[in-house]
Design a protein around this ligand. Structure first.
Ligand code: ZN
Length: 146
């Protein structure tokens, strides 16, 4: 029960005070992700600089607590990282939800690792991965600066 209370508290905190639900200046990547099975819609914006570092990021949109909290935690994690690191973290998250990530990898997700429980809730999986899937797609399609 302790774990569940903790989980709910973190989700609630990210919903009441999402740090990254805002607009950012100079975003050069923007992509909308939609999860029709729940009605979640998220638009993620990133500013990736010439050294391929994610300088800033934000999301807008609406949806359930899991989709919003997951996107907020994701931005906490990937801002300041390189594009490759962000892609790796998104990959780990997507595998964690399918129970295919090692404990060491799950640890790299920091706070977002609490969403590992969602792997036992098939109906919420698409909510949890929405932001990550969106970032994965936008970064993969983003050409490296040379
Ligand atoms: Zn949802």
């Amino acid at each position: 029960m302790t774990t569940n209370t903790f989980y709910n508290e973190i989700l609630t905190e990210h919903n009441i005070r999402p740090l990254h639900k805002r607009e950012i200046e100079g975003a050069n990547l923007r992509l909308e992700g939609v999860n029709p099975s729940c009605g979640d819609e998220i638009t993620v914006s990133l500013r990736v600089n010439a050294d391929n570092i994610v300088e800033d990021g934000a999301f807008e949109g609406s949806g359930c607590a899991i989709s919003q909290a997951s996107a907020d935690m994701m931005l906490d994690l990937i801002i300041g990282k390189t594009k490759d690191e962000a892609l790796e973290l998104a990959n780990i998250f997507l595998r964690m939800i399918q129970k295919q990530a090692s404990p060491e990898e799950v640890e790299m997700l920091e706070e977002a690792s609490i969403l590992e429980d969602v792997s036992n809730m098939p109906a919420r999986v698409k909510c949890a991965v929405l932001g990550w899937r969106t970032v994965d797609e936008m970064l993969k399609n983003h050409e490296d600066h040379k």
